[in-house]
Design a protein around this ligand. Structure first.
Ligand SMILES: Nc1ncnc2c1ncn2[C@@H]1O[C@H](COP(=O)(O)OP(=O)(O)OP(=O)(O)O)[C@@H](O)[C@H]1O
Ligand SMILES: [Mg+2]
Length: 361
């Protein structure tokens, strides 16, 4: 059985802003689910609906099979952490963590045990007597995490909890969160618009766009098996390169034709492309799925416009029919701006329906 289930969940603000549109989503017990998507796509609204901070316009939220849609936030057994450090500055770290436990009418002794145990896990034991105002941003956010964890909620919601931290601390906290999750086995929904954060934390990623789910999958599925152009474009840096191509069926071959190149598609995808004969579809190629060859030796020739060294690899910006495309080179050979090169496109690519943006295969 699903642990948390959203059915037809919809939120319309002010009778016209559709923030969440008919969302269906199931979450397993113990799962770390990440909601990922551009600003305004409805991530926070989804979380607020689950936490009960916002009333759903339509749809239902079930936790362990029971509807919680009508329940007040405090009766839902759900903890939420926000982007801003929601710790109380007038209380010590200890009191911050103990507060929610007091509300639960736990005994003083049990509270003490729980606070210390949680503090140890969040690595903030030495700050228990301090005021949060005397802590760094990262330490304060640890307190917020500890406070939410201490109540052992059925569901743990985190809305961009790391976005106020500097890049290095952010990556360190990421690892800590993952450790804490493994230790506690808590069911977690985590919001971010940072795809590298999403990829490294998630059991499954939910990619959202304009209030709807574009795709749900493991980090690998989301990257290597994109279902829509939106996902192919949104996930991956640099993003997928897109080319309008014509599908031409001649004799036994299904050919892809572009002004600068053409090739026969792999046998296993011929069937799905055959019905597009004579039509334009979109070819999507990840930047690492090109090969750089000597000029004249590839599928097409191009000129290097820019070079962006990244250490482990180099991003090479090339011009194909007046459009810039970013490709990744892991070779160690010297490339120069203005240099003519040959390009090969390997068979690991996507085809999308130009109108719907959906993957053909
Ligand atoms: N209280 C509100 N009243 C009216 N419209 C709202 C309200 N809250 C959010 N919206 C709108 O709903 C849509 C979804 O907003 P939401 O905050 O869920 O996006 P988000 O994915 O969390 O974005 P971000 O990454 O910027 O935090 C947006 O168009 C937003 O302007
Ligand atoms: Mg938000």
């Amino acid at each position: 059985m699903e642990y948390l289930k959203l059915t037809n969940l919809t939120k319309i603000y002010l009778k016209k802003i559709i923030a969440v549109n008919n969302m269906d989503l199931s979450i397993h017990k113990g799962e770390f689910l990440v909601l990922l998507g551009p600003s305004g796509c409805g991530k926070t609204t989804t979380m607020r609906l689950i936490a009960g901070l916002e009333a759903a316009t339509e749809g239902d939220i079930l936790l362990e099979g029971k509807s919680i849609t009508g329940l007040a936030p405090k009766d839902r057994d759900v903890s939420m952490i926000f982007q801003s450090y929601a710790v109380w500055p007038h209380m010590t770290v200890y009191q911050n963590i103990a507060y929610a436990l007091k509300l639960k009418r736990m005994s003083k002794k049990d509270i003490d045990i729980r606070v210390k145990e949680t503090a140890k896990m969040a690595d903030i034991t030495e700050y228990l007597d301090r005021n949060p105002t005397n802590l760094s941003g990262g330490q304060r956010q640890r307190v917020a995490v500890a406070r939410a964890m201490a109540v052992k909620p059925k569901l743990f919601l985190m809305d961009e909890p790391l976005s106020n931290l500097d890049a290095k601390l952010r990556v360190a906290m990421r690892t800590d969160l993952k450790k804490a999750h493994e230790l506690l086995g808590s069911t977690t929904i985590f919001v971010t618009h940072d795809q590298s954060e999403a990829m490294s934390l998630a059991d499954r990623i939910v990619v959202m766009n304009m209030g709807v789910i574009e795709q749900i999958g493991t980090p690998n599925e989301i990257y290597h098996d994109c279902e829509t152009m939106f996902v192919a474009n949104f996930i991956g840096a640099p993003p997928t390169n897109f080319f309008d191509v014509e599908i031409a069926v001649s004799n036994d071959n299904v050919m892809v034709k572009h002004g600068m190149f053409e090739f026969a598609v792999a046998k296993e995808i011929e069937a799905s492309l055959r019905k597009y004969a004579g039509k334009i579809v979109v070819l999507g190629v990840r930047p690492e799925n090109f090969d750089i060859l000597p000029v004249g030796k590839g599928l097409l020739d191009s000129k290097i416009e820019f070079i962006e060294p990244q250490g482990s690899h180099t991003v090479v910006v090339i011009d194909i029919m007046g459009k810039h495309h970013k490709i990744i080179s892991t070779g160690t050979f010297e490339l120069k701006v203005g240099q003519e090169i040959g390009i090969d496109i390997n068979q690991n690519n996507f085809f999308f329906d130009k109108e719907s943006g959906k993957r053909i295969r």
